[in-house]
Design a protein. Structure first.
Length: 417
């Protein structure tokens, strides 16, 4: 076992300790949950602003510290991270709204030299520099914390909100991964499959919301290697990745249903591949995105294309289109070989069980189909290039994220209800 600690907030977790008490590493199935970003600086909101009522600011400070501790518990603590992210987001929304509220700016005019709430307003235009907001990337966990100064306090708060949203989305993915790790692959229940569909769709919606609301001006401050989460195209890639995870579980649910149309199964599997390709395109060649995640995405693309072609082959064979059946199963084997090439140098632990389940079936099906077509049916095997492409179908899109309402208003900070 390896014990990790967060020196700032004193939170520790044990890597490799199974919740049942057995000292073993978690098994991984289907998805690869990115690491949580880490808070590496303290922000004392109640000390930043000398307003008449500091209670809500003190609560926001406490909530931030509790989030840092929850994150320190790792993926096993994902449910607590979700709860704490939501609590902090509602308090952070109050701080952001107050910093941008024109009525408060008017109220602060003519104040004496005691500073007071006018500090918050001046901070919004960049005249206050003592607030330090620093995070360490989860996508590039080996990077240094963000160190470049923000253009304004408001921009620092927007960066903070972006990183909390990413943490929240990652936590939804982590809840699925950790729940699946508690059972053998053959014992995964329908309820766990549905949990995967639901929580991955929630994660996709949060990433989508972050991509739509995070100011592009952050990209002038951040370094894409140091902290890729602050970049719109990376957030779009994370949305596509979480959607691919949703599609994986949608496919797993479909393959369990007796009598399910083979073409529909193929389209559900193809959706995983297409969304994986989209995620990879968004990530590009960024050195800031974990190689393990990028390898997983590339593996998903080839593996689920193989699975899709297998279902198309089975559908054509059942319809007595034996030549077409051979065409599709040959393409399935080709895609499988691409996965095997990757696995020669990369473990792809999250995909191992799916590969071991499907690869023997694909290879045996090719041998059977070719033998029977060559000896019995004698149908022409057309080239795959002559086939109409099969496109994926998305069973569940990203779930729309509705942000928490602000826990307090600027007026409350000024002592007015």
């Amino acid at each position: 076992r390896r014990v990790h600690g967060d020196s700032l907030f004193g939170a520790f977790f044990i890597e490799g300790l199974h919740p049942t008490g057995n000292p073993q590493y978690f098994t991984m199935w289907i998805i690869y949950p990115p690491d949580f970003p880490k808070l590496v600086s303290e922000v004392m909101f109640d000390e930043c602003f000398n307003v008449p009522s500091k209670y809500h600011l003190a609560e926001a400070t406490t909530s931030r510290n509790l989030l840092a501790q929850a994150i320190g518990g790792g993926h096993q603590n994902a449910v607590k991270v979700i709860d704490q992210c939501n609590d902090y987001l509602s308090r952070l929304a109050g701080v952001i709204n107050a910093a941008d509220d024109p009525e408060v700016a008017a109220l602060c005019k003519g104040k004496t030299n005691t500073g007071g709430f006018s500090q918050l307003i001046s901070a919004a235009v960049g005249s206050v520099h003592f607030v330090e907001v620093q995070w360490r990337s989860g996508l590039n966990s080996g990077s240094m914390p963000t160190e470049k100064p923000f253009a304004s306090f408001k921009q620092a708060l927007e960066f903070e909100r972006c990183m909390v949203l990413v943490t929240l989305a990652n936590a939804y993915l982590a809840t699925v991964a950790t729940n699946l790790s508690l059972v053998a692959t053959d014992d995964v229940s329908d309820a766990l499959i549905q949990l995967g569909v639901t929580n991955c769709a929630k994660a996709a919606g949060i990433f989508q919301f972050a991509a739509e609301t995070t100011p592009e001006s952050l990209q002038d401050t951040l370094d894409i290697v140091e902290c890729p989460e602050g970049f719109t195209r990376i957030l779009q890639g994370l949305c596509a990745y979480a959607s691919a995870c949703t599609a994986q579980f949608s496919y797993e649910a479909a393959r369990r249903k007796a009598g399910m149309n083979q073409t529909l199964k193929a389209k559900l599997a193809m959706m995983v591949a297409e969304l994986s390709d989209k995620a990879k395109m968004c990530f590009g060649v960024s050195r800031g995105v974990s190689p393990a995640l990028q390898n997983h995405i590339v593996g998903c693309s080839s593996l689920y294309r193989s699975i899709a072609c297998k279902h198309l082959a089975e559908g054509e064979w059942a319809a007595e289109n034996y030549g077409l059946g051979v065409t599709y199963i040959k393409r399935a084997v080709e895609r499988l070989q691409a996965v095997e090439t990757i696995m020669q140098s990369v473990a792809l632990a999250s995909l191992k069980s799916v590969y071991e389940r499907d690869a023997p079936v694909v290879k045996q099906t090719l041998a059977t189909y070719e033998k029977e077509n060559n000896m019995v049916y004698y149908q022409t095997v057309p080239p795959i290039e002559s086939m109409q492409p099969t496109y994926g179908v998305q069973a569940k899109p990203p779930e729309k994220f509705v942000p928490c309402e602000a826990r307090f208003s600027a007026q409350e900070l000024m002592g007015r209800s």
